[in-house]
Design a protein around this ligand. Structure first.
Ligand code: C2E
Ligand code: MG
Ligand code: MG
Length: 585
């Protein structure tokens, strides 16, 4: 039952209002006409740090002069001036407290006349939390924007941004718009050897250095993810893109320092441009991609501009994996053999086995068409097993023909990581009754980057079988020297990039000479790869290189052809011996 309504007395009303004022979260201060404190509530005491007792009767000026910084003093003076003119004043300010904390406040002052006396009533609302929340919200929005539009590893714009900018540029530009697609070569192998983190560091460094080139007329440099990048240019003539492309390729000639290791990075690049290759973005993107794929198929480390006659032979669709697996089952992967030559005599001392895919419809394919995919689909060990079995059979066949030459097989990190790598080699040697020294294994420098413990123990065990080990592609940048110290190599294979320049570039010649001296000092043999001319062979002999291989002597050939070469060599030798013997008498 409700009680009868009783109006409250003025005193109760004032007490309630005073309580409300006391409990309010906003700070309240009342100043008299001479700007002296006559009241502050608890919230004010807490916010500013001075008790009411301290402040009462003190003019705002004293407080100002003693404690307020210059900018707050100015703000207060302008507030009071405003109040005298307008009676109400409102502003957002940053106030310092007694504890030298800066707080963001909303300040409201009003002027009241009570019983003929003027008072200024101020309310200060602490907005620090609100502002913090707003800042957090903006930060979250920024992060979301970054997540949506930028690559997390490199911080570069992503594919979405690239496409939007390219599309806008194509609409607006009166010049030629160049689309460049760029991939890091052998990305999968980098990941399997360096690990994901170091590969990402390498990619970040590459993108930072490319950005630092500050290429002219570059509208967008984007990272589509993984090894995939895009660049967007606008030129009066698309041919100006050659300068930018030269600078990018030059950038990759210097090794990158990642986690204490010097690493070389190679890239493949495909280019298309409007209006020559079309005006639609989709068209231009797919044409640049086609050129990129072609660059990769030619072995990478190169730039190709789109042409309608670029003949792409491989597609990396889902069916490709199935084709590879089927090819392995059906024995379509076969070794071709490239002779290794004693340079002074021209004698074949052995062969390097190089895998070829005898594809049922596409013909004979070189490793560049499928070796990355083999690693990607984790088929490396299977390939190795197939190759090693055929090589063991070949060696057994040569043994029967009393041909003593050895065969080198290429192996990758993925193969060494298999625990039964050693067992496979040992079983093959035993079942075919071949001695270990007839087999050599070539390991690329990149294979040695990771899996140190596994690779080391595998190599040691394999060496105990008498198998020789060669460090392939020596000098291509994977901390070559430290590997020579660490692992028990018998051969160094000097990469063909050195051989190709040895005639025209005296620095390259000096480097090769230094490698040869080093090999000698470490009691290792050296084989120069990629000899294509007599001049190259002559210079190599001149600076003390004893062994080599290359197209000048022979391209990789079939097993039958290799056997014939060996038989011919023996016959020629026997003929020569006979001639010598005959001429003695
Ligand atoms: P690699 O082991 O350094 O082999 C040398 C490559 O240079 C071969 O290419 C060979 O055909 C080519 N070559 C030989 N002489 C010359 C020359 O005078 N000039 C030029 N320009 N090139 C020459 P190929 O057969 O395309 O093999 C490429 C790479 O694929 C090999 O480089 C090796 O790293 C890898 N590879 C080949 N077979 C296998 C394999 O069975 N297993 C694995 N894991 N990798 C393999
Ligand atoms: Mg090799
Ligand atoms: Mg090599």
């Amino acid at each position: 039952m409700m009680t009868t309504f009783q109006p409250i007395s003025k005193t109760t009303q004032h007490m309630l209002l005073a309580k409300l004022c006391e409990d309010l979260e906003d700070a309240i201060l009342i100043l008299d006409a001479d700007l002296r404190y006559v009241f502050v509530n608890r919230a004010h005491e807490i916010l500013i740090g001075y008790s009411q007792e301290f402040l009462l009767g003190r003019p705002l000026g004293i407080y100002d002069n003693e404690f307020l910084p210059e900018h707050e003093l100015q703000l207060l003076n302008s507030a009071i001036q405003n109040l005298n003119e307008n009676e109400v004043y409102q502003s957002s300010i940053v106030m310092s407290t007694r504890y030298e904390q800066n707080i963001n406040c909303q300040l409201m002052f009003s002027k009241s006349i009570i019983a003929g006396d003027a008072y200024y009533v101020g309310i200060i609302r602490d907005e620090t939390d609100v502002i913090k929340q707003e800042a957090q919200l903006t930060q979250q929005k920024d992060q979301l924007n970054k997540l949506n539009n930028y690559n997390q590893i490199t911080g570069l714009p992503n594919r979405k941004v690239f496409l939007a900018q390219a599309s806008q540029l194509l609409n607006e530009s009166h010049q030629q718009v160049v689309i460049i697609r760029l991939n890091i070569d052998r990305y999968r192998i980098l990941i399997s050897t360096l690990g994901l983190e170091s590969t990402n560091n390498l990619i970040k460094q590459f993108s930072d250095e490319l950005s630092a080139l500050e290429l002219e007329q570059l509208h967008c440099f984007a990272h589509f993810g993984g090894d995939d990048f895009g660049l967007l240019f606008e030129f009066a003539d698309a041919n100006f893109a050659h300068n930018a492309l030269d600078l990018i390729m030059q950038l990759c000639e210097c090794p990158f320092l990642v986690d204490g290791n010097l690493l070389c990075l190679h890239i493949s690049v495909g280019v298309s441009y409007a209006p020559c290759h079309g005006n639609h973005l989709k068209d231009l993107m797919s044409k640049a991609e086609k050129a990129l794929l072609y660059a990769k198929q030619q072995g990478g480390d190169d730039v190709y501009w789109y042409r309608p006659d670029l003949n792409i032979t491989t597609d990396y669709s889902l069916g490709f994996e199935a084709e590879l697996r089927l090819g392995l089952i059906k024995g379509q992967f076969i070794p071709y053999y490239q002779p290794k030559i004693e340079l002074t005599t021209g004698r074949i001392i052995g062969f390097e086995a190089l895998v070829r895919w005898q594809h049922p419809t596409k013909g004979l394919l070189a490793p560049t068409f499928f070796i990355d995919a083999i690693a990607k689909y984790k088929l490396s060990f299977e390939l190795f097993h197939k190759m090693a079995s055929q090589i063991a059979e070949q060696l057994q066949h040569w043994q029967k023909l009393e041909l003593p030459q050895h065969i080198c097989i290429n192996a990758d990190a993925a193969e060494f990581s298999q625990p039964n790598f050693f067992k496979v080699i040992k079983t093959l040697l035993d079942t075919h009754q071949i001695s270990g020294h007839r087999l050599q294994i070539e390991i690329t420098e990149s294979s040695l980057m990771l899996r140190h413990a596994e690779v080391k123990s595998q190599l040691k065990a394999i060496k105990e079988l008498g198998v020789c080990l060669a460090l392939d592609d020596f000098g291509t940048g994977y901390a070559s020297l430290s590997y020579l110290q660490e692992y028990p190599f018998d051969f160094i294979k000097i990469d063909q990039s050195f051989t190709s320049k040895i005639v025209v570039d005296s620095t390259q010649k000096a480097i090769v000479k230094a490698i040869l001296d080093l090999a000698k000092a470490l009691n290792m043999k050296a084989v120069a790869e990629g000899i294509e001319t007599q001049d190259q062979r002559d210079i190599l002999v001149d600076i003390g290189c004893n062994y080599g291989q290359g197209f000048w002597f022979s391209h990789p050939v079939t097993a039958e052809k290799a056997t014939k070469m060996l038989l011919d060599q023996r016959a020629a030798h026997q003929h020569y011996e006979k001639f010598l013997n005959d001429s003695k008498f």
